[in-house]
Design a protein. Sequence first.
Lengths: 174, 429
Amino acid sequence: MKNFSGKALFLDRSDINTDEIIPAKHLSENTRQSLKPYLFEDINLEGFDNKKDIQGKGIIITRENFGCGSSREHAPWALETNGINLVIAPSFARIFKRNMFNCGMMAVELSHEIISRLFSVFSKRDTEIETLFDKSSFILKSGDVKESVKFEISKFDRALVSAGGWLEYADSRY
Amino acid sequence: MGKTIAEKIFESHIVDNPSDDIYVIRLDAVFCHEITTPIAINDLVTRCKDRVFDTSKVKAVIDHVTPAKDSKTAAQGKILREWARRHDIKDFFDIGRNGVCHAIFPEKGFVRPGFTIIMGDSHTCTYGAFGAFAAGVGTTDLEVGILKGVCALRYPETIRINITGKIPEGVFAKDIILSVIGLLGVNGATDKVIEFSGPVVTSMSMDARMTICNMAIEAGATCGLCAPDMTTVEYLWNFIREEYKTKDKALEAFRSFCSDPDASYVDIIEHDVSSLEPVATFGYRPDNVKSVREMEGAKIDQVYIGSCTNGRIEDLRIAAAVLRGNKISDSLRGIVSPATTEIYRQAIDEGLVAVFLDAGFCVTNPTCGACLGMSNGVLAEGEACASTTNRNFIGRMGKGGMVHLMSPATAAATAIAGHITNSKLYNGK
Ligand code: SF4
């Protein structure tokens, strides 16, 4: 199972699409690792510097419909090669979410209210998130501010994360 | 209670139900192209799982960048080509016989009513035009599809869009689907299926149905679906005549993949197109839709006619009807890319290619090329393209470029005028 704890990166925009996560011109790469430098290269987000802001981050917290656009799994891989295995948002595009769990990564939905609160409390500060997978909860910490948030993922997604992805799961069962 | 098309197809293919709303379904076909498949092949090889569940149900094409434009894209083609040979995949289409995936696979008769199909491509939803349940998937799903012939999907919920009224002259399927996306928004149908119904859809050709189903994903939908009817039978007749003997028998069989009158939908939307004007997009989202009239005069550097949305013969006929006897403006360049080799040949035979050449268009070989900003018409920073494709995301056709989505008629008229304008086929006020 992958690591789901780390520093949080807040992306304050909805509808961040897969072309912004990894531009189509890099789809001719045939290995996952070669995508690493291009994560969020063309993102439309004021003040964001993809060279600096991603460094050392392990988790993304963002707004609605993250990962819309094309079906490319390069999007989760570009995240994974940068050490980001978990994205938290109010909603995701269907294929993006499936791709995340298929890769043994996590796309976790929290309510609008919770996400808005996390943005207002934590987005301007250095925030560490610890994921307690078995307890289905996140612990957010920044200085002496601390908050615990429950999350829900389906039984199937949980099995995929534990198996290390859908390919291993499917090949052993069907 | 009655069932929708999507539910009927889904239920006839269930293999497993590993979680509440997730079902593993059996696949009738897995389609592959050279952008998303090589990385899947490489991964399968690395995991010592280089197998194919059924070589007659896996089809492949090199279409996105063809001919290869550099060493990287050449390597992608090579991986797909060698894999197809190694596994003896008969239906593999290389340059000279190829075409844009969502145009060539239906053209070859590989898409049938009631089929379940996946592909590592978001516009796989195009095949719903035939009453097939077809979904775009990521690489891992594609790998599992190739390896095991199954896919895990959520039980489908359907939004029905009933398209009624009389389509005004000069308004086309592309205008209709753009207006629907404007109505629904880019995630208005996320995780759902859109069933297009009503007299306007019934009267549409298969080419037009493919145009509307193609863009279902732009509203977030898993799949766009049209009920199969006599138009579907006619399109497929050469491929199914042995099996069904008469067209009525085929129609009867296909009818089992139509929604029941008492089927339940999450939403039913009535969309009257009687007063619809030609439309185009103005921003970086496909739901940023305005009438062409409101966008009149917007500066354009390149006109692109092609893609899996609007690169079919009907689209080329419409564009040529607007262009015939005219030259494109000196202020822009025009590129037309017939979607398949067969369409290319037909366009030559019908004299359409001559119309494009006389007008000053560049006619390229069948390929996705410019649509995804990889070759054959990439935009420079600050340039705008009037395009018959399906995506206007920032950077889609080249970094810093703007894409205005529109119908082939509007694109052709724009090419002549040098700026966005309505075609002469439209005479509404
Ligand atoms: S034509 Fe464009 S949208 Fe269609 S399959 Fe090719 S790249 Fe994708």
